[in-house]
Design a binder for this molecule. Sequence first.
Ligand SMILES: *[C@@H]1O[C@H](CO)[C@@H](O)[C@H](O)[C@H]1NC(C)=O
Ligand SMILES: *[C@@H]1O[C@H](CO)[C@@H](O)[C@H](O)[C@H]1NC(C)=O
Ligand SMILES: *[C@@H]1O[C@H](CO)[C@@H](O)[C@H](O)[C@H]1NC(C)=O
Length: 304
Amino acid sequence: MACGIFTVVVYFVLLHHIELIFVDNGNPYENGPLPVGELTLTETEDKSPLHTKLYFPLPKNEFPVIFFVGGFDGVVLAEFYEITLRKIASHGFYVFGVDYKFPAVSDVPQLPDLKPFYDELNFIHQYMPNKTLGTPLWNKMSLLCHSSGCDITLRMIRENSTRYTSTVFLEPFSFDVQTPVTDTIPAMMYGTEYCEEGLATCCVKGKDYARFYDIWKCPRIKVEVASFGHCDILDPIPRQVCKTTHFCKISNETNVDNYRQFVQGAISSFLITELQGRPDAISYIADQTKVPLKLLIDTADLHC
Ligand SMILES: *[C@@H]1O[C@H](CO)[C@@H](O)[C@H](O)[C@H]1NC(C)=O
Ligand SMILES: *[C@@H]1O[C@H](CO)[C@@H](O)[C@H](O)[C@H]1NC(C)=O
Ligand SMILES: *[C@@H]1O[C@H](CO)[C@@H](O)[C@H](O)[C@H]1NC(C)=O
């Protein structure tokens, strides 16, 4: 009798728990089904170690966490990626974008201190309870980065990967790509055709997404998309700045909205699979017939 009640209670707790975790069952290339809110965590008012922007789904579910480190030199970086990050959040993720200053291209090896990023992770963990209706799941966390921000996340994984469930590298750049990564987590490496072309090559051959793939272990997937470049992921104004300064080679205007829609979908396909536990979602990036843009490379090593 007591045993029976115990079983029922355990069953109820498990069932209840499973129901709380949000799983997006739609097509990741469409906008996600959830309304999204935002919070800004400032150094002054909130005592946040780094200026951080949070995009989060409004409902009262449990959601996996994405910790995003942007790439460009300058101010308020996570906000430069707002369109893409918001769309990812609408698929059921708490997306924390932290700002990081570091040139996208530099000949001088620099190894920025990781401490502010660990401090920020610890800070948001402490800060978030009861701030939103939904709950961020700290045991289901992925790193996401763009450009030289990937130098940070790569080194965080090298130091200790146990906190992260998976990782996505968008047009990554790092000097720390000489040796294989020993403790790997599932990873997606993403490149664009124009990144290594133009006046300033905004991706560096031998230190780019293909190299990240080579130093990684299974499970891993790499894709390169045709006809787009390093700044096309950005919101319209920062993208325009990139364009007028000819900083990186980028696409013409005709298809850039579709491009952002594609990028958020590609990232979401991978993270819905890895963080929300929907195994078939990976097909939206691994199966070319489901991908809305032309891929030059689509190589998966997922069955370890
Ligand atoms: C959050 O709210 C609940 C219910 O009101 C309370 O029990 C809990 O202590 C709060 N947690 C924090 C960290 O404030
Ligand atoms: C790695 O991180 C985990 C979780 O934060 C911690 O428990 C563990 O002690 C760390 N390992 C090392 C070698 O630092
Ligand atoms: C813009 O790029 C698309 C491919 O993305 C191409 O088909 C089109 O011809 C280009 N338009 C111009 C004006 O260059």
